[in-house]
Design a protein around this ligand. Structure first.
Ligand SMILES: Cc1ncc(COP(=O)(O)O)c(C=O)c1O
Length: 316
């Protein structure tokens, strides 16, 4: 997908408590995170609601995960200087300032300019929130027809070297390389194994398969991000009487699955129609994927009365 309008001069960005024109939000070339990658971020979507107005989907959970990511890398709430509620409000304010009744939010907490050593602890901790319009991350056709994925030659780094429960800026180098390799080879997305050959997740999505009517996904004890869409879809499945199992599996089970799909804020619920050129199930969106996708889109648009509390509503 093309670059967002977040970079246009008329865009507004929230930075350290102030909404400013994007072209005046300059960062120092000595921004610590720019050099070394220690920082945390989130990806959040807001949707137009069917009954009118707009809603940010699971905003509190995303900002709580942002603070949890910071905790993992020893950035304290005192250093951040804003509460979860204040950063959540900054997200809504940024959407409004950009006149976005639906959009993608990108809060980032990072280390600013100051000392340049890797061990520096005194640099200012800065908070930024950008927002832009973003369509289907893996394409509109992907949502209906399914995407072609591959198993990556890159593995997901192990527990001893990364903090996979954190959405941390520097950790995305591995995802970018896996995604670039997939695109170069004609696939839409990359599936990463762990160092023992077990399936973990995709470059920016969690992964599910369906076997004999049971929805199966790798457990949180593996090196995967605890996806908020993952948790949402598991809950929606259970509420519909669909069994959900969290267990480890290797790529052969994926190839043989009846259905495979990916979940993520950006990718929403995207079916996978082939992996490594092997057709999955019928080679198109399967019935359980379709049911869960419909349930997810109903929830984000405010059409699911049981889950109105998942939406932080606002109007532009
Ligand atoms: C590596 C990775 N896994 C999974 C996900 C899905 O997480 P969520 O559903 O919270 O967006 C993301 C996106 O944030 C991600 O970057």
């Amino acid at each position: 997908m093309a670059s967002p309008d977040a970079a246009t001069p008329e865009a507004k960005v929230w930075i350290d408590g102030e909404l400013v024109a994007a072209d005046t939000a300059k960062l120092s070339h000595l921004t610590h995170t720019f050099h070394y990658g220690l920082g945390a971020f989130e990806g959040i979507r807001s949707y137009k609601l069917t009954q009118g107005g707009s809603g940010v989907f699971r905003l509190k959970e995303h900002i709580e995960r942002l603070f949890a990511s910071c905790h993992l890398v020893t950035i304290t709430p005192e250093q951040i200087g804003y509460t979860v509620a204040q950063v959540s409000q900054a997200c809504v304010d940024t959407l409004k300032a950009n006149n976005l009744d639906a959009g993608y939010l990108r809060p980032v907490i990072f280390l600013g300019a100051g000392a340049m050593g890797i061990g520096a602890t005194t640099n200012p901790v800065r908070t930024m929130v950008a927002a832009w319009e973003w369509g289907a991350y893996l394409g509109d056709e992907g949502l209906t027809q399914g995407i072609d994925a591959c198993v990556s030659s890159y593995s997901r780094p192990g527990h001893a070297s990364t903090l996979s429960k954190g959405k941390l800026t520097g950790q995305y180098i591995n995802s970018i390389l896996a995604k670039r390799e997939a695109l170069t080879n004609g696939f839409a997305e990359a599936i990463l194994l762990n160092e023992s050959g077990l399936v973990t997740e995709a470059s920016g999505e969690n992964l599910f398969m369906v076997q004999n009517g049971v929805v199966v996904t790798p457990p949180l004890g593996m090196n995967i991000l605890a996806g908020i869409t993952r948790a949402t879809v598991m809950q929606l499945a259970r509420e519909r009487g669909i069994a959900v199992e969290e267990r480890a599996f290797a790529r052969d089970e994926l190839y043989l699955a009846d259905e495979v799909f990916m979940t993520g804020t950006a990718a929403e619920v995207t079916p996978v129609r082939s992996i490594d050129r092997r057709r999955i199930g019928g080679g198109s969106r399967g019935p359980i994927t379709a049911q869960l996708q419909a349930a997810y889109f109903a929830a984000v648009k405010g059409e699911d009365p049981a889950h109105g509390d998942w939406l932080a509503t606002y109007a532009v």
